[in-house]
Design a protein around this ligand. Sequence first.
Ligand SMILES: Nc1ncnc2c1ncn2[C@@H]1O[C@H](COP(=O)(O)OP(=O)(O)OP(=O)(O)O)[C@@H](O)[C@H]1O
Length: 312
Amino acid sequence: MIEIEHLSKFFDETCVVDDVSMTIPDGALAVIVGTSGSGKTTLLRMINRLVEPSSGRILIDGKDISAIPPHELRRQIGYAIQSHGLFPHRTVGQNIATVPHLLHWEATKVNARVDELLDLFQLDPAEFRDRYPSQLSGGQQQRVGVARALAAAPKLLLMDEPFGALDPIIRARAQEDLRQIQRRLGTTIVLVTHDMNEAIHLGDRIAVMDRAKLLQYDTPQEIVTRPATDFVGELLGSGERPFRLLSLQPLRPFIEQGEATGTAVSVDASLRDALEEALWSGRAAVPVRDGAGKTLGRVTLATAIRQAARPQ
Ligand SMILES: Nc1ncnc2c1ncn2[C@@H]1O[C@H](COP(=O)(O)OP(=O)(O)OP(=O)(O)O)[C@@H](O)[C@H]1O
């Protein structure tokens, strides 16, 4: 668990993080979202002591991190940034092995870990292990950057706009990878983004920042349905709110029996996906199928419309 208590940071006279308190439970994915210059990166970098707070404190598993030497702290905490920060003269394998080497892991264990991570990120180890970063696409470099951050299986991973440079298709895949990895390994993740869609899609909790202050820290559901200030509402985009609400609702509870033909949606999709499919094809209901292709029933446009309304 990470406990951030009354944390502030001044650069000269300017306060860039102002009295922020928040708790991130173990295994949660907390997203810090907000406008440019609101203090998101500074807040994140105080968690691994790349920036020292002016006041307040951070506890990780009950321990005040100001008592842990920074280099020791950083070996326990994964860190992935937008410009991936790979070492250009080291191979992909050597890059991923950085922290395991610092921790003096045995060579066989390191090699096995490198291959395991490459597999996880769908990069064939035989093909990619010995390449240099310049021989990879931007998306592959970013995946290697995240793999490197995960190499020593840190309990905590800090990510600063990790998917910022990716095109929308690869970005969606990288987001999906991250959620699966997080579920599998139980990693606690703090991720900075300025993209509200990404925040709602990924976050168990969302921290909304504006001008150094934490305006709201809550579940995506609460942020969408009960924004704490007008600014949070604006950041969500008022016209987008019904769709954001639908994207948070899995289809399964809304499946009913009845007639529906045409292209089906997956049972793993959200109500928003079903709404889009229904609207785009001009149908009042769409069939729902499971992974094996079996039709489970249908979801109607009327249900989606009902569920898009602001809860009372
Ligand atoms: N080392 C520094 N010295 C002085 N000012 C700094 C320093 N680092 C950041 N700042 C200032 O602190 C403020 C917050 O910066 P920060 O990078 O935390 O914001 P951010 O919300 O992550 O922004 P962005 O989304 O644009 O990356 C900005 O006004 C920035 O100019």
